[in-house]
Design a binder for this molecule. Structure first.
Ligand SMILES: [Zn+2]
Ligand SMILES: [Zn+2]
Length: 176
């Protein structure tokens, strides 16, 4: 994922469009499965010292539902809107301050190319949800017996209902 800077500068502020596609396992997460892929659609414009990048990052990854624990394909989505100050890779004489600045920018310029890898890696990490759910109304697993409640009720629920009926009976016969 790299952008050829002289081409961007030549456009003098007019946007250039890029589209990157790939597998998650090749770029972000070696343990991802074959199905997990991403697309990156970018409009890039800029001048000598700054680059404006806007667009969209989309990834489809396999995760486990935090409620029912089943694997499912989750769609991740991030809008990109960034203004980057372009500075060349610091040489060995650079001060630690300059190095820190470079890391914060998350963009590396080498020769005439702008490398987006590290920036996109951060986007990928940030767009992941902490507690993914397979569907908004996922019923999860029964806390009592571990049965997947999306597939039907378990006997724990029956027992709970029996308890309710017993409670009602008790109402009819107060004090035993
Ligand atoms: Zn679920
Ligand atoms: Zn149960």
């Amino acid at each position: 994922m790299r952008i050829y800077l002289p081409e961007v500068k030549q456009k003098q502020g007019e946007a250039l469009h890029y589209r990157f596609q790939g597998k998650v396992k090749d770029y972000f997460d070696e343990s991802a499965d074959d199905e997990s892929s991403f697309t990156l659609a970018l409009a890039v414009r800029g001048g000598d010292n700054e680059i404006i990048i806007s667009g969209e990052f989309q990834a489809e990854i396999e995760v486990n539902c935090s409620r029912c624990l089943r694997p499912f394909q989750q769609l991740l989505n991030s809008d990109i809107n960034e203004l980057f100050t372009v500075s060349p890779l610091p040489d060995k004489k650079s001060s630690p301050g300059e190095l820190a600045l470079e890391t914060a920018n998350q963009l590396i310029v080498s020769g005439d190319y702008l490398y987006l890898g590290e920036y996109i890696r951060q986007l990928f990490i940030l767009s992941q949800t902490y507690n993914p759910i397979c569907k908004p109304d996922c019923r999860g697993l029964c806390a009592g017996c571990g049965v997947d409640l999306n597939e039907g009720a378990c006997s724990c629920e029956d027992e709970a209902q029996i308890d309710l009926r017993l409670l009602k009976l008790k109402e009819f016969h107060p004090g035993k």
